[in-house]
Design a protein around this ligand. Structure first.
Ligand code: S3P
Length: 446
């Protein structure tokens, strides 16, 4: 999203039972990494099912600016990568728009190159902390030549002639930080180690192994993961079929649960256990979700989800589940708004540094729509109104955050009164098909 795009308000209204079979777009995390690793590897990478959202396309543009050849033929993206260690200096600043993952992982990627790279982004991305990635990169010898106050974008990195391998214990549960360090290790002689006390999504480890990197993961007696990567090896182009994004699937999934009488199928959803926390929580809440056609595709588990309208009840969601559903709390809060009793969500400190302060944005959105909630420093409790009586009537401030926008549109489908959002334009960063897909299921959003 660039900040000159005019806002596009939208309103969702109570809808009849949702029905139909849909496919959500490809997983965002895997799509970013497919472009990055394909652009870096030697030889050809072929990608199907790629998420063609603005965030991912920005990563593709960045890889092109550093020498990768990326094009689309029919439904397949074809990449001829530069070869590990062979990225070129970008002539212009790399503009990552709204994308935290694209920018942070690319900082790891280019930071260890003896060249200068400037990162810019939209108003939301420019507020997000980059120090969590820059700190370990500094230990490897990377210079932050310029940055906005608080290690924020716009910022410029200059790599050393020879980066130093490090052993780094990730201080917060963040797949982006883990990934940035491992990716920096790709262009660093010796062994770079990431110690991960709390497991987060493991797409970087799995995909780098698939591309031929010398990487191993060992889990110690305390459950702490030690991930070691040997730098400067060869990466080979791969064929990748990107499965459907479980975070995007969360929107039609919750919609079908809260709109009475609904019965939908969402096909081809990624079921990697580091991503299924929302599914588990909704099942604990009494959600009627059948996991069918479980299969393995391209090294990942995938399945279809049959979802029916359900009477939900409040639950306590433990803090240790946060990494496996970190992007799903906004839509879970919407489900909780229709549940009997209280839902307590703990361990939410990372929500404060997403595309918006998601904890505050969700709490304000619930309040203006008549839902009783309490916002703590790192927790949220929601007291639901089964049937949706009294819910709605508010205009939600989205703060350039796609998941806030989509979550509150889902709320409007089962609320007594319409729910409006101030802007829907940024939904295109992760789920450009959202409005069309929801309309196909029978949702009333205009
Ligand atoms: C992502 C990691 C998570 C997640 C983001 C995608 C990734 O961020 O919120 O949408 O692809 O590595 P953090 O690492 O900041 O938790």
């Amino acid at each position: 999203m660039d900040h000159i795009t005019p806002p596009k308000p939208a309103t969702a209204r109570r809808s009849e039972n949702l029905s139909g079979t849909v496919r959500v777009p490809g997983d965002k995390s895997i799509s970013h990494r497919s472009f990055m690793f394909g652009g870096l590897a030697s030889g050809e990478t072929r990608i199907t099912g790629l998420l063609e959202g603005e965030d991912v396309l920005r990563t593709g543009e960045a890889m092109k600016a550093m020498g990768a050849n990326i094009r689309k033929e029919g439904d397949t993206w074809l990449i001829n990568g530069v070869g590990n260690g062979c990225l070129l200096e970008a002539a212009e600043p790399l503009d990552f728009g709204n994308a935290g993952t694209g920018s942070r992982l690319t900082m790891g990627l280019v930071g260890t190159y003896d060249m200068e790279t400037t990162f810019i982004g939209d108003a939301s991305l420019s507020k997000r902390p980059m120090g969590r990635v820059l700190d370990p990169l500094r230990l490897m010898g990377v210079q932050v030549v310029k940055a906005a106050p608080g290690d924020r974008m716009p910022l410029t990195l200059r790599g050393p002639r020879h980066a130093a391998p490090i052993s780094y214990r990730v201080p917060m549960a963040s797949a982006q930080v883990k990934s940035a360090v491992l990716i920096a290790g790709l262009n660093t002689a010796g062994v770079t180690t990431v110690i991960e006390p709390v497991m987060t999504r493991d797409h970087t480890e799995k995909m780098l192994a698939g591309f031929g990197a010398d990487i191993e993961v060992e889990t110690d007696k305390e459950g702490v993961r030690h991930i070691r990567i040997v730098g400067q090896g060869k990466l080979n182009g791969q064929t990748i079929a990107v499965p459907g994004d479980p975070s995007s699937a969360g929107f039609p999934l919750v919609a079908a649960l809260i709109v009475p009488g609904s019965d939908i199928v969402i096909e081809n959803v990624l079921m990697n256990p580091t991503r299924t926390g929302l599914l588990l929580t909704l099942q604990e809440m009494g959600g009627n979700i059948e996991v069918i056609n479980q299969r393995s595709a391209g090294g990942e588990d995938v399945a279809d989800l049959r979802v029916r309208g359900s009477e939900l009840k409040g639950v306590t969601v433990p803090a240790d589940r946060a990494p496996s559903m970190i992007d799903e709390y906004p839509v879970l809060a919407v489900a909780a708004s229709f549940a009997e009793g209280e839902t307590l969500m703990q361990g939410l400190e990372e929500l404060r540094v997403k595309e918006s302060d998601r904890l505050a944005a969700v709490a304000r959105g619930l309040e203006v729509n008549g839902v009783d909630c309490t916002e703590g420093g790192d927790w949220l409790s929601v007291r639901g109104r089964p049937g949706g009586s009294g819910i709605g009537g508010g205009v939600v401030e989205t703060h350039l955050d796609h998941r806030i926008a989509m979550s509150f549109l889902i709320m409007g489908l089962a609320a007594e009164k319409p729910v409006a959002i101030d802007d829907s334009a940024m939904i295109a960063t992760s789920f450009p098909e959202f409005l069309g897909l929801m309309a196909d299921l029978g949702a009333s959003i205009d």
